[in-house]
Design a protein around this ligand. Structure first.
Ligand code: GLU
Length: 298
């Protein structure tokens, strides 16, 4: 598979833009490093440009401390972006600098409406609302159009796209999530909305992210269409590192942070090698430097 993936990457049009987009809601962990290996490795093979975007749209969970730690760990590991947030140019690609951009994008959209429903309201009305594993909104406020949340109507159709690892995908957002939340009751822009507005504005043509976000892609394709984004998109949803069976490694699990490993004396090459091994890119643990990640896919 890696060889096949590198062939596909080398056939993509040159000069595409991609992004690495961590949320500063915890420290950088091994799952992020696996993602960075995919982003940097594949972007170099495709001769794509890498933007570093700090996704701090949710101001209730984002912390400056995590942001600076993530940026410092990425630099230490050797993952340098072509554009974006660095200690020298702090404001270029941070979502909290884009709130006016999101407001103006929202005002350009049709088929949006205000909604007052909480998660509890939705589940009280429909006990099966979580049947598909995520909360499905039933469109209750479509005609009422009142309340602090803002939603976008999801059309009654399926969406298809090709993933360069997983192949042809078919998704039906109106059945998965229903009308999509764009802004929540606390006034925060949601992940799906902020990421689409930024991907469209930055003209991102190659999206490389974990398979945990696969189900978000169909709804993002619909939003991108509404926002007038480019239609030629390339998607790679990469495998995840699991802390144990059925359990994705996440910041909230207090899995060992890169900062902790760094303090305990591990080198950047040790950590990148560990992530590459755990995500299945090499069959035994060895040192790998950030400048060597491209070769993992050959
Ligand atoms: N900010 C998201 C995360 O940290 C990634 C978003 C994306 O790549 O679309 O999981």
């Amino acid at each position: 598979m890696p060889g096949l993936l590198s062939q596909k990457m080398s056939k993509l049009p040159k000069g595409l833009k991609t992004r690495f987009a961590p949320s500063p809601t915890g420290y950088l962990h091994l799952g992020h490093v696996a993602s960075a290996i995919y982003v940097w490795g594949l972007a170099r093979l495709a001769q794509a440009e890498i933007i570093l975007r700090i996704e701090d749209h949710d101001q209730s969970r984002s912390r400056k401390l995590y942001e600076s730690s993530i940026l410092s760990d990425l630099r230490w590991l050797g993952f340098h972006a072509d554009h974006g947030v660095s200690s020298e140019a702090p404001s270029a690609y941070r979502q909290s600098d884009h709130f006016e951009r999101y407001a103006s994008a929202l005002s350009s959209l049709t088929k949006t409406y205000h909604c007052h429903c909480s998660r509890k309201d939705i589940q009280d009305r429909d006990p099966d609302a979580m049947k598909s594993g995520e909360l499905h909104y039933d469109g209750y406020c479509r005609t009422l159009n009142a309340g602090p949340n803002v939603r976008s109507q999801m059309p009654d159709r399926r969406v298809t796209f090709d993933d360069l690892i997983l192949g042809h995908q078919i998704q039906v957002p109106c059945e998965q999530c229903g009308d999509l939340l764009l802004k929540d009751r606390d006034g925060f822009w949601t992940y799906n909305f902020a990421v689409c507005v930024d991907d469209v504005t930055d003209d991102i043509g190659l999206i490389i992210r974990g398979q945990d976000l696969l189900s978000a892609t169909g709804r993002q394709i619909i939003l991108r269409e509404k926002l007038g984004g480019r239609s030629e998109m390339n998607y790679v949803h990469h495998p995840l590192i699991y802390a144990s069976q059925d359990h994705k490694l996440s910041k909230r699990d207090h899995s060992t942070s890169i900062a902790q490993w760094r303090e305990s004396g591990l080198s950047a090459e040790d950590i990148i090698g560990k992530a590459a091994f755990q995500v299945g890119l090499i069959d035994k643990e060895k040192q790998v430097s950030a400048s060597e990640v491209e070769a993992l896919f050959l």
